[in-house]
Ligand binder design. Structure first.
Ligand SMILES: Nc1nc2c(ncn2[C@@H]2O[C@H](COP(=O)(O)OP(=O)(O)OP(=O)(O)O)[C@@H](O)[C@H]2O)c(=O)[nH]1
Ligand SMILES: [Mg+2]
Length: 428
């Protein structure tokens, strides 16, 4: 199966239901009071972590994910039913972006995480809510807020416990094959591995962990050379780095110490200093004679480091390697490396975003038009289909300073003012 780590789709939260206008009609009561109920809230679009998931594959099956609309309010003070939420499951490690703006919306880094990404529209209030001592029989009501639509890009960073890094041809993929059920391609030329490969391993104590085999790194990788940098992000969350070194010195320089330092330098100049992670060095290909000789002075130089002599090809020292990984993981099991990143505050998308604009345009010949996000919100919320609502709508425009602007710009009595699909006469 191809490893899918990117999905694009559209989500939409539900519209709020409209409020109702109605009046009590009871036997022996001549003029009943208002009893139009409120509309129900639209459903939210919620994302949650499913630990069992390892890819975004099933999110790619659909282009749209839509939560249910709220029902409209009804007579006799009946509230509209709220729309059902929609719950989308993502694997641990998924990052959600708004693909239009590029904004990061959410980062799913813990097992229980659950987050509303698009909030459903509020239900509109029915006329029962607008009665007061001055107006006992209002025909005021509100429309529900519309739901919010967002184009989503979901990205999955491979969440491996252990990352295999090293120069091309060092034997990383061969080692992954030797220790897991994964079958990465192996060949006697550098850059054989073009995409990160995952495998699940188990040590003799029954501890299991996920290992990621990365494409080979070269000098300058942290600056974007070779295939390096785009893949280093896959091991940002690895608890252990396994540095695989070809002890025969057949690739890179002949000097295995130089080869080792070169990769360390790349790991340390990455966005997050990866050399602070627990490290296990795999002195690899020791089945070859040259490997044995280099090993002696390599071990001499790095006395304090954890070095395991291995051969992926001949499966030498595999048990020891796995136990060392298992022990180290146990030691660091409560440590997460996300802490190095700044905790970001994400925005929840909904209809109430306060950053709208107001546009008053002079069209000439005594015609004006009003447009912009904020005006649209007021217009949509307060339908001008009853006299009371018309008054309320006027009041809201006045408060927003629209009338002052019209006056300043020279609107005259009898001018026509258009907004969206209605037209008013300016009576000032
Ligand atoms: N003698 C010997 N050869 C090995 C060993 N491990 C791998 N090789 C050989 O080295 C070559 C490269 O092995 P890969 O496992 O593809 O190396 P890699 O590090 O994944 O290479 P890239 O994907 O290019 O970074 C192959 O010809 C392997 O057969 C080993 O332990 N001993
Ligand atoms: Mg490889």
């Amino acid at each position: 199966m191809k490893f899918v780590d990117l999905a694009n789709f559209i989500i939409k939260s539900g519209n709020g239901g409209n409020g109702a206008v109605s009046f009590r009609r009871e036997l022996y009561v001549a003029n009943g009071g208002p009893n139009g109920g409120d509309g129900g809230k639209g459903g939210d679009v919620i994302f949650a972590v499913d630990e069992g998931k390892t890819s975004l594959l099933d999110l790619k099956l659909q282009k749209f994910y839509t939560a249910e609309n709220g029902d409209h309010g009804d007579i006799k003070n009946m509230y509209g039913k709220g729309g059902d939420d929609i719950l989308l499951y993502v694997p641990l490690g998924t990052t959600i972006y708004n693909s239009k703006t590029g904004d990061k919306i959410a980062d799913f880094t813990s097992k229980e995480q659950r987050q509303v990404i698009a909030i459903g529209g509020k239900g509109g209030r029915g006329n029962a809510k607008f009665a007061n001592s001055r107006n006992k029989a209002p025909t005021i009501y509100e429309n529900g807020d519309p739901g919010t639509e967002i184009e989503i890009r979901a990205e999955l960073k491979v969440l491996a416990d252990v990352g295999f890094v090293g120069l091309p041809n060092a034997g990383k993929s061969t080692m992954l094959r030797a220790i897991s059920n994964s079958k990465p391609v192996i060949a006697d030329y550098p850059f054989t591995t073009l995409n990160p490969q995952l495998g699940v391993s188990r040590d003799n104590n029954g501890r299991t962990f996920v290992v990621a085999d990365l494409p080979g790194l070269i000098e300058g990788a942290s600056l974007g050379k070779g295939l390096g940098i785009q893949f280093l992000k896959h091991i940002e969350r690895c608890k252990i780095i396994c540095h695989v070194i070809d002890m025969t010195g057949n690739y890179g320089t002949e000097d295995v110490i130089k080869n080792y330092e070169l990769i360390r330098k790349e790991l340390s100049s990455y966005r997050i200093d990866l050399t602070t992670r627990p490290e296990i060095i795999l002195a690899n290909k020791i089945d070859e004679e040259e490997g044995q000789i280099n090993l002696i002075y390599f071990k001499e130089k790095y006395k304090d480091k954890v070095i395991i002599e291995t051969s992926g090809l001949k499966k030498q020292n595999i048990d020891k390697l796995l136990l060392t990984i298992g022990d180290t993981l146990e030691e660091y099991k409560d440590k997460t490396f996300d802490l190095e990143e700044k905790k970001e505050l994400f925005k929840v998308y909904g209809f109430d975003d306060p950053d709208g604009d107001i546009k008053v345009n002079n069209l000439g010949n005594g015609k004006w038009s009003l447009s912009g996000e904020t005006i649209y919100r007021v217009y949509q919320k307060t339908p001008t289909t009853t006299y009371d609502n018309l008054l309320l709508f006027n009041e809201k425009l006045k408060k927003l300073g629209v009338y002052d602007t019209l006056r300043e710009r020279g609107a005259k009595k009898g001018d026509m003012i258009q907004l969206f699909d209605v037209e008013f006469e300016w009576m000032d």
